[in-house]
Design a protein around this ligand. Structure first.
Ligand code: ATP
Length: 594
């Protein structure tokens, strides 16, 4: 409970922080809106009593009040909704921004390996709408509280017995909840079929499976299965719907009886001279309101409860990413490498797992050289690259950059000196210029730098082939966006990696897998020339991962990995001569091509 109250208060503080003025306007209008119904009921009573007493002056005054209250009932909530929805929208955007920050807060990728973290983050991503709903609920609560309080006071003055009406109004709500439970259970029973039907629907209506559906002539079969599934679910759902409707009707009947009882009570008071005709009208109007108020209150509490759960999750995420003071290394990387990078007895297991992916890896990556990592699938090449980029900390041993332990170097500053192209590159659906330029944020709009990067990645042709060149919007999600082939996207990703001009580490982790062998060779050739230039300036180490030996053999040093261990290293000729795993893998590929 205290956690729920804390969450609601936190959310309130967030809304106030986001836009205090809008919030105040919204709340004021909501309070005024909440007061109008009880005020209208009072004005009606006054008007009817004045009319019954043939008092024209009071009847006219009451008439004006009735008109004003009716306008208030119709308008105030409507006008309140504008600043109130805007406040909720702004607060939701603030929350989304915080989620973006939280997802990217940690200096390593370890949170993305943490099942609990990713699960809560996914729930939060999908549940942002609930926050929006909760914030709206928070503000509606103000109107509701005003309205309920005033209604209660007015009814109390007519007869204390009428305060039983809100209690009776709970009955239809409880019945409604019971009905919902019945419906939910029916939905749960049919959940597997519903999911299967949705998947079939998606399969039949999206672009990706269209080729195979046509080729195998599966449209009819998918339609038949989809209809069969809904037939089966339909019977269960309709039975539940009928039961739910009967229970809801019983609840409403119970409140109906209390409502009629209340009206009869006031009628009796009026007949016996203890009340007026206006009191009867007042109760008829307000009693109907009571039911609606109770219903809204319970709905609001449910919404606030969901929002409170979301806030608890948000607090958990904040704590999870908070780095203890002093935990983030601050040593700047050297301006240039003289000696190179040493891996000293490095071992590594991914966070939350026990299996060692790298074991006792010791190897020297000389400054200014090109190093290729070779090995079978799963040997640990990408993992080694991840450690060099400092996405994870080693679990044993250390990586030393020109005599400085990489663990002591500021991760942000180190990464600013890393240029990398990955196998699982991102397809940024932005202007072609930005898709490349994002590799060096400060020079995103620098056409000369972008052209240079495209040239080094041999990707000029990709942009030349686009309708508006660098100004072309990329991506299918845009109506006028141009879609690229896998290889073209990959070339732009490599160009992005080429944007940085003075890196200490250049990494290409199979970024050219979608290109043919010749294009890859050509690309790496160009890349190697660039690496030599950068190596001369900054002593940068170039690390490339490729399964193609035509590429690998260009490297100065080839490190052969097997099951997380370095089994050999040297240049192409010496490794072939030694006849180990490298020679075996090389022989297999050469045989496949011949
Ligand atoms: N994020 C991760 N969490 C847990 N285990 C992982 C993760 N990424 C990779 N692994 C495991 O680490 C091992 C080495 O994977 P890695 O991607 O480093 O190999 P690789 O040599 O680059 O393989 P490939 O040539 O297929 O790309 C694999 O067994 C893989 O299952």
């Amino acid at each position: 409970m205290t956690s729920a109250v804390r969450s609601v208060l936190e959310m309130l503080a967030l809304v106030v922080r986001t836009d205090r003025r809008k919030m105040l306007v919204a709340v004021s209008l909501m309070v005024a809106g909440g007061a109008t119904w009880p005020a209208l009921a009072l004005a009606l009573r006054a008007g009817i009593d004045a009319a019954a007493a043939h008092d024209a002056a009071r009847a006219t005054q009451a008439g004006v009040l009735i008109a004003l209250c009716t306008i208030g009932v119709m308008m105030l909530q409507h006008f309140a909704y504008i600043p109130y929805a805007e406040s909720a929208e702004l607060a939701t955007i603030t929350l989304e921004s915080e989620l973006i920050d939280l997802a990217n807060a940690s200096t390593s990728l370890r949170h993305h390996e943490d099942h609990e973290f990713t699960e809560r983050m996914t729930v939060m991503q999908k549940g942002v709408g609930e926050f929006h709903d909760g914030i709206l609920g928070l503000m509606s609560l103000v109107a509701l509280a005003t309205s309920a309080l005033l209604t209660g006071v007015v009814l109390l003055f007519v007869s204390p017995w009428l305060l039983l009406l809100p209690v009776a109004a709970v009955l239809p709500v409880v019945a409604g909840q019971r009905a919902q439970v019945i419906l939910n259970r029916a939905k749960e029973r049919g959940a597997a079929q519903t999911r299967a039907a949705s998947e079939l629907f998606e399969l039949a209506t999206t672009a990706a499976p269209a080729k195979e559906l046509r080729l195998c002539r599966l449209q009819g079969e998918v339609r038949r299965r989809h209809a069969d599934l809904w037939d089966a679910i339909g019977t269960t759902l309709w039975t539940a719907e009928r039961r739910a409707a009967a229970i809801t009707a019983l609840g409403q009947l119970a409140f109906g009886a209390a409502y009629v009882g209340g009206v009869l009570l006031v009628l009796r008071q009026t007949i016996s001279g203890r009340g007026t005709v206006g009191d009867v009208v007042l109760v008829i109007v307000l009693a109907a309101q009571v039911s609606q108020q109770v219903n809204s209150a319970l709905d609001l509490f449910r919404r606030l409860q969901r929002m409170a759960q979301g806030m608890t999750r948000l607090r958990w995420l904040r704590e999870a990413v908070a780095e203890p003071p002093g935990a983030v290394a601050t040593t700047p990387p050297p301006p240039a490498l003289r000696h190179g990078i040493d891996l000293e007895h490095v071992s590594f297991a991914y966070p939350g797992t026990a299996r060692e992916i790298l074991s006792d890896v010791t190897v020297h990556l000389p400054a200014g050289s090109t190093v290729a990592l070779v090995g079978e699938n799963g040997a640990g090449k990408s993992t080694l690259v991840n450690l060099l980029c400092r996405f994870y900390e080693t679990t044993g041993g250390r990586i030393v950059v020109d005599g400085v332990d990489l663990a002591q170097v500021s991760p942000q500053e180190w990464r600013a000196r890393v240029a990398a192209g990955f196998q699982d590159f991102v397809r940024f659906e932005v202007l072609a210029r930005h898709c490349v330029g994002l590799g060096d944020l400060a020079r995103t709009d620098d056409d000369a730098a972008v052209a240079d990067a495209l040239d080094r990645a041999r990707a000029e042709q990709v942009v030349d082939g686009l309708a508006d060149g660098l100004d072309t919007q990329l991506g299918r999600t845009w109506t006028d966006g141009s879609e690229l082939s896998g290889g073209q996207w990959q070339k732009l990703a490599i160009s992005r990696a080429m944007m940085r001009t003075s890196p200490l580490l250049l990494v290409l982790d199979e970024p050219a897998s979608a290109l043919d062998a010749e294009a890859e060779h050509d690309l790496f050739d160009r890349y190697a020339q660039n690496a030599v230039r950068v190596g001369r300036e900054t002593g940068a180490v170039t690390v490339l991962v490729s399964h193609r030996f035509s590429t690998v053999q260009m490297a100065d040093t080839i490190v052969v990995l097997s099951q997380g261990r370095v089994v050999d290293h040297g240049d192409h000729a010496s490794l072939l001569q030694r006849g180990g795993l490298y020679a075996e893998l090389y022989g297999l590929q050469a045989a496949a091509y011949s």
